[in-house]
Design a protein around this ligand. Structure first.
Ligand code: AMP
Length: 207
C-alpha cells in the first residue's frame, strides 16, 4: 500500500485517555505522513490567542464539540496542505455523523478515501484513570472530573456510532488498547500489515 510514493490515509479513534494521541504520532511518523489532530490544532489556537482560538476557547473548556462547519473547514484546509498530499493520519476527526459526511465528501471530491480506521478499545474506567493521570501530569484544564465525564459521554453518544459506518465498509482495525505503549503500537502495526498497509521502510516503531 505504501511502497515508495504510494499514499496512506488513516484515522485513529478511541475514547479520551485511550492513548490515541501518542499512538497516532508513532504511526504517522512511521508512514511519513502528518498527524492531524483537531484537538491539538484547537488548543494551539487558544494558546496563541488567534481569532479561531477566541471562538472555540469556551467550547473546548466545557468539553463540548466545536460546531461541525468550523471543524470541517479547518480539516479541509489542513488536508489541502502539500505535506498531506501523500496521506495523513487523522486523530479526533470525524467525531460525529455530520463530520463523517463532510470528510467523505471532501475525500470523494479528490478521488480519495480512508484506507483504515484504527479503533483503540479501552474500558471506560481505564480511560478515566488515564485522564486523571494526564490532568495531574499535563495540567490540561479540560481534564477535570465533570468535563471528563462530559467528553466521554459525547464520545459514547456521537463518536462510537460512526465506527459502525466504517465497520460496514470493512476498514476498521480493532485494537486492544490495554497494555504497554510498545505492546499497543505493535498491535496497530500488525493489524495494518494484515491489511497490506506497510510503511516504506522499517522504523524503530515497526522493527
Ligand atoms: P481532543 O484533544 O481530541 O480530546 O479535543 C479537545 C477538544 O477539542 C474537544 O473536547 C472539543 O471541544 C474540541 N474538538 C477536537 N476535535 C473536535 C472535532 N472533531 N469536532 C468538534 N470539536 C472537536
Amino acid at each position: 500500500m505504501t511502497a515508495s510514493g504510494a499514499s496512506v490515509r488513516l484515522l485513529i479513534v478511541g475514547p479520551q485517555g485511550s492513548g490515541k494521541g501518542t499512538q497516532g504520532v508513532l504511526v504517522a511518523q512511521a508512514f511519513g505522513v502528518p498527524q492531524v489532530a483537531t484537538g491539538d490544532i484547537f488548543r494551539s489556537n487558544v494558546a496563541g490567542g488567534t481569532e479561531l482560538g477566541k471562538r472555540v476557547q469556551a467550547i473546548i473548556e466545557s468539553g463540548d464539540l466545536v460546531p461541525d462547519e468550523l471543524t470541517s473547514e479547518l480539516v479541509r484546509d489542513r488536508l489541502s496542505q502539500p505535506d498531506a498530499a501523500r496521506g495523513f493520519l487523522l486523530d479526533g476527526y470525524p467525531r460525529n455523523q455530520g463530520q463523517l459526511d463532510d470528510l467523505d465528501e471532501f475525500l470523494r471530491s479528490r478521488g480519495e478515501s480512508l484506507d483504515a480506521v484504527i479503533e483503540l478499545i479501552v474500558p471506560r474506567d481505564e480511560s478515566i484513570r488515564r485522564l486523571h493521570q494526564r490532568a495531574v501530569e499535563q495540567g490540561r484544564n479540560d481534564d477535570t472530573e465533570e468535563i471528563i465525564a462530559n467528553r466521554l459521554a459525547i464520545y459514547e453518544r456521537e463518536t462510537a456510532p460512526i465506527l459502525g459506518i466504517y465497520r460496514d465498509r470493512g476498514i476498521v482495525a480493532e485494537i486492544d488498547g490495554v497494555g504497554s505503549l510498545d505492546e499497543v503500537t505493535a498491535r496497530i502495526f500488525a493489524a495494518l500489515a494484515d491489511r497490506g498497509i506497510l510503511p516504506d521502510a522499517p522504523t524503530a516503531a515497526t522493527a
